[in-house]
Design a protein around this ligand. Structure first.
Ligand code: GDP
Length: 448
């Protein structure tokens, strides 16, 4: 992620509306305003102005100036509230980019990434922003609020502080091994405190610990009558040709499984296992098919999400028999003429990609959104990190054994505590590797 230049993006939803807001952040933000609608000054505040776009065209707008470092990103920030017309918005952005060198379009999440890099937000708060944008239920909103208020961050930091203290004590013990009477921390104390910290961490995980214990990725199965376009959709979702596509019904006989990464589709999303099944038809054509059909029904019953593909859009018969799981109705081949599509169904065309991104989000939501709520609203990335930290602490508890005065293998315990800190560091942001940052911000929309 490149910083230091000035970024611009429309911060409101695309399309027509009463108002749109274009946001700028960076050293040239105020200069752009000077260039396009007269002296901005350096003061914080809002004023009415007219944005000049060349060829004598001007747009009335309200300009809000937020000088850094007391701004959202920590840099100079300008928000231009203007009529919500996409063409005008595009022209305002183009005129700003054209006015001065060093201004470019913002990437997804880049405003919030800058806020994080300039220490205006912690990583957990930044994830709260992403969660708030995507929150679809009350419990997700509550969790987003917790992240934003820094409540979780403070708790994670307290965990890390305790782990850091334990590590310092264990290391002090290693350094003083030749002085018999100096015991920085006894085996019994280490065992008790490691177990105590593990219990606190497991408390945050709550039933998430159980949910994650199955350690399997959610399974998402494509199902529907033969020739519904399942294999084609399977390939399109994966972005490569994996399943054999044919207009001869019943081409897909075995269940094919491939990992599909949805981590960029919704915050907290992750991988799912996408499965292409033989078509479920009411009248099986022959022996092999009958077996395949029976197998696929059984298989569908064990999946977390079923994509019920139906090119007619009517969704009649066939799938009522699928117990459990969540069913997403997908009207396939949406590029072909058709009658009414049943309510709640997503219309998708594998040929031209129509609504494929919406389908990906719906899958991520069904597969991970539910896991997120069931897990007490702890983001999957947090869950993995907490689980890792908890497991290391439990290992220390076990390895310290009876918990006498001495720690049997202090180097091993120190190594484990460093691993605990690595896990927690991913949450507190202290030891965050770049790719974690990249992943967090990639789920944002442009303009945030
Ligand atoms: P499956 O039996 O459900 O796996 O169906 P296939 O994926 O093998 O597709 C059956 C036929 O429908 C093939 O000829 C595909 O080319 C065609 N098909 C699949 N998806 C689309 C689509 O989105 N639009 C159109 N027009 N044809 C499609």
């Amino acid at each position: 992620m490149q910083t230091g230049d000035t970024i611009i993006a429309c911060a409101t939803a695309p399309g027509l509306g009463a108002r749109a807001v274009v946001r700028l952040s960076g050293p040239a933000a105020f200069v752009v305003v000077d260039e396009n609608c007269g002296a901005a000054g350096r003061g914080r505040g809002v004023r009415a102005a007219r944005w000049r776009m060349g060829a004598g065209v001007e747009v009335p707008c309200l300009i809000a100036l937020f000088p850094g470092p007391r701004s959202y990103t920590g840099e100079d920030v300008v928000e231009i509230a203007m009529p919500g017309n996409p063409t005008l918005v595009e022209r305002v952005i183009a005129s700003a980019i054209g006015a001065i060198a060093g201004i470019r379009l913002a990437g997804p999440g880049e405003f919030t990434a800058r806020a994080y890099l300039n220490e205006r937000l912690t990583l957990a708060q930044a994830e709260g922003v992403a969660s708030l944008i995507a929150a679809q239920s009350e419990s997700e909103l509550v969790e987003a609020k917790r992240l934003l208020s820094g409540e979780r961050g403070a708790m994670y930091r307290a965990f890390a502080d305790e782990a850091m203290t334990l590590l310092a004590l264990v290391e002090a013990g290693i350094d003083f091994t030749d002085q018999e009477d100096v015991v920085a921390i006894s085996g019994a104390d280490l065992k008790r405190r490691a177990a105590g910290l593990a219990t606190q961490i497991e408390g945050v995980l709550g039933n998430a610990a159980g949910e994650e214990a199955r350690s399997e990725l959610p399974r998402v199965a494509l199902a529907g009558v033969p020739n519904a376009g399942k294999s084609t959709l399977f390939n399109v979702l994966l972005g490569r040709r994996r399943a054999v596509v044919s207009d001869e019904a019943g081409t897909t006989r075995d269940v094919l499984e491939e990992k599909l990464d949805l981590s960029r589709d919704i915050p907290g999303g992750s991988e799912v296992i996408l499965c292409d099944t033989p078509g479920v038809a009411d009248e099986a054509a022959g022996m092999i098919d009958a077996q395949a059909q029976a197998m696929s029904r059984e298989f569908l019953a064990s999946t977390d999400v079923v994509l019920w593909c139906d090119p007619t859009g009517r969704f009649e018969g066939g799938m009522e028999a699928v117990p459990g799981g969540r069913v997403i109705r997908v009207r396939t081949k949406a590029d072909l003429p058709h009658g009414r599509t049943a309510e709640g169904a997503i219309e998708v065309s594998a040929l031209d990609g129509f609504h494929v991104p919406s389908l990906r989000r719906a899958i991520a939501d069904a597969a991970w959104g539910r896991a997120f709520v069931e897990a007490g609203g702890v983001l999957p990335r947090h869950r993995r990190a907490l689980r890792g930290a908890g497991a290391e602490l439990r290992a220390i508890e076990a390895e310290v054994g009876g918990g006498g005065q001495n720690i049997p293998e202090p180097e091993l315990a120190a190594g484990r505590l460093r691993a605990v800190l690595d896990c927690l560091g991913e949450l507190t942001g202290r030891m965050t590797p770049d790719d974690v940052i990249g992943r967090v911000f990639a789920t944002f929309c442009v303009g945030k």
